[in-house]
Write a protein that binds this ligand. Structure first.
Ligand code: DGT
Ligand code: CA
Ligand code: CA
Length: 578
């Protein structure tokens, strides 16, 4: 996890620099640091390893890492900290990490709040906003003050939970380490991790073994454990330096399935299951399904469900929202799976500031086994993202045509589709001319500005975009960012109605910070007969792997292949794309 730690520190330094130079001319240094951070975050190899093998020189081969930053990485690897950050924090004693989490507060505003009102942390901020001291400041106003209070309330609600995408790589690593022990017969992460919830409170490992002592010792001495909350004969609980807690439970093999069922939850799902057991004259616990003192199922989870008269229920659905009735009637949908995905239409190239050239994107798409990949760069309204204009789209088309004909001569099954992610402006119009949009294979349109609108206006805005005959897909339809901001206000029923009428496709954005649509909205879309597409919104090749999160989300929303456009062949998908 060194890379994640380093990235965090680089973001932090960059933010302090931005704050210091809020009004200064060119923030080259902070841009470089942020770029390095992005690249480190998505690197597969640990920076510590890279350094061990090849020293500073090897570090400098990491994209975005120059000499200065390589030195900083070295400093961190050797001393566990970076002096520059300590100095910056001393000079400006503001808890930037905390304040920047408030939606709408950037380094510029934080700098003013500190200089004028002495605000250093969230507590100071809340006090000042409640005392109405912020609105009168130049550049702030009533609305900003209200947004700040809403932002603080939002942070309080999501505090203490972690994004699935933040912790799943680490969880898989630990799961593999546990699996490697010779005492381990079976192991799985249960709880909300197995249900693939968007955010995770803590991680719950379950192990089958008849030597629990060995497992306990290994678990509490894993690298990165900073606190042991408890350690018993078959149970332990620890905190990792990454900030999250992990429980472990060891059971005998004959109870593994029952324990897996119990610890996967959700609690609400389990309560109903236990009632069903009681009605049948059984008793269900984490040890097994019992009839009197006789265990009738326990080793296999599937058998537990079957003996209760149910189909086995995929973990993503286990929230007691009707899945048990479906399973009783043997009417569970056949949920979409990762292997069903044939392409990804939301991938930003280096034309708009993504990291890969289109050629490199093709290589990655081949690795994913895809039949098609969509190049969908931002368009001109987003100047900071180097959005493309009509002319650049034409140029890009030429490059794509060339690569496509080469792919054809190589008999590749992959083809590139040319699209864009255009902006839905405040009045619902699109920032690219219709003639230019019409030449593309597909058009994604999304809201990237002015998100605080009335429900009526925002709904109207998106519907107008859907009615544009060139618009095929609405990206991240509700605009939420997990742990950062709520969805914008929209009338989702009206959106669904318009989608049905116009044939617009709603995106399930697989980025772990978005996961937008959420499970409930996916279900509503499916029931309304609206088609969806799972896209990763990749700005880097490693982001293509976010597809996994999008698919889990779709499964929670009960989507099947027929509901998800990128489970279809390119021909069929293109027919749907007007
Ligand atoms: P989280 O950690 O907040 O993201 O959510 P979970 O679902 O992982 O919850 P957690 O870690 O408290 O417990 C793991 C599972 O153990 C939970 O999903 C179901 C089961 N469980 C825990 N406590 C209870 C309980 O009091 N009753 C029942 N029926 N099941 C429980
Ligand atoms: Ca948990
Ligand atoms: Ca737990």
């Amino acid at each position: 996890m060194t890379n994640q730690e380093l990235a965090k520190i680089f973001y932090e330094i960059a933010n302090y620099l931005d704050m210091e130079e809020a009004a200064a001319s060119v923030p080259f240094k902070s841009i470089a640091l942020k770029k390095a951070a992005v690249n480190l975050e998505s690197l597969n190899e640990d920076a510590g390893n890279i350094y061990k093998k090849g020293g500073l020189k090897a570090l400098m081969e990491i994209p975005g890492v120059g000499k200065g930053i390589a030195f900083k990485i070295e400093e961190y690897l050797k001393t566990g900290k970076i002096k520059e950050l300590t100095a910056l924090k001393k000079k400006t004693p503001v808890d930037l990490g905390e304040l920047i989490g408030v939606e709408g507060l950037g380094t510029k505003k934080i700098s003013i709040l500190y200089k004028v009102l002495g605000i250093k942390n969230l507590k100071d901020l809340e006090k000042a906003a409640q005392a109405r001291k912020i609105a009168p400041l130049f550049g702030f106003g009533e609305k900003t003050e209200k947004n700040i209070l809403e932002g603080i309330a939002f942070l309080k609600r999501s505090r203490g939970r972690f994004l699935l995408g933040e912790i799943l790589p680490k969880v898989k690593e630990i799961e593999a380490a546990l699996k490697n022990l010779k005492e381990t017969e079976r192991v799985e992460a249960c709880g909300s991790v197995r249900r693939k919830k968007e955010t995770i409170g803590d991680v719950d490992f379950l192990v089958a073994s008849n030597k629990p002592g060995k497992i306990m010792d290994f678990f509490v001495s894993l690298p990165g454990v900073v606190k042991i909350w408890g350690k018993g004969a078959t149970k332990a609980s620890v905190r990792l330096k990454d900030g999250f807690d992990m429980d472990i439970r060891v059971v005998p093999r004959k109870s593994y399935g029952a324990a897996l069922q119990y610890f996967t939850g959700s609690k609400e799902h389990n309560i109903v299951l236990r009632k069903i057991a009681i009605n049948k004259g059984y008793k269900l616990s984490e040890y097994g399904l019992f009839k009197g003192s006789k265990m009738i199922a326990g080793e296999s989870e599937k058998e537990i469900y079957e003996k209760l008269g149910l189909e086995w229920i995929p973990p993503e659905m286990r929230e007691n929202t009707g899945e048990i009735e479906l399973a009783l009637r043997k009417k569970l949908p056949k949920l979409v799976e990762l292997q069903d995905i044939k392409g990804d239409l939301h991938y930003h190239s280096n034309w708009d500031g993504g990291t890969e050239s289109i050629k490199e994107m093709v290589e990655e798409a081949v690795k994913m086994g895809y039949e098609y990949i969509g190049v969908s760069d931002h368009t001109k309204f987003l100047r900071i993202e180097h959005g493309l204009d009509e002319k650049q789209l034409v140029q890009q088309r030429k490059e794509i045509d060339k690569i496509n004909s080469k792919l054809k001569t190589q008999n590749s099954k992959l083809r590139i589709l040319h699209g864009c992610e255009a902006n839905i402006l405040a009045d619902g119009s699109i920032d690219i001319k219709d003639e230019a949009l019409a030449k593309l294979d597909f058009v994604i349109a999304g809201v990237h500005s002015q998100m605080k609108m009335s429900k009526e206006k925002m709904t109207e805005r998106i519907i107008k975009a859907m009615k544009n005959p060139n618009v095929d897909i609405i990206s991240h339809p509700t605009g939420r960012i997990l742990k950062q901001r709520d969805e914008y206000e929209i009338d989702f029923d009206e959106i669904l109605k318009a989608a049905k009428e116009t044939g617009a496709i709603l995106e399930i954005n697989a980025n772990p910070y978005r996961l937008d649509l959420n499970g409930q909205n996916i279900r509503r879309a499916k029931e309304a007969g609206v088609k969806m597409i799972i896209n990763t919104d990749a700005h880097h090749k490693d982001h293509l792997r976010f597809m996994e999160y999008g698919v889990s989300q779709a499964r929670r929303g009960r989507a099947e292949k027929i509901d998800i456009v990128n489970c279809w062949s390119a021909e069929k998908a293109l027919k749907m794309l007007k």
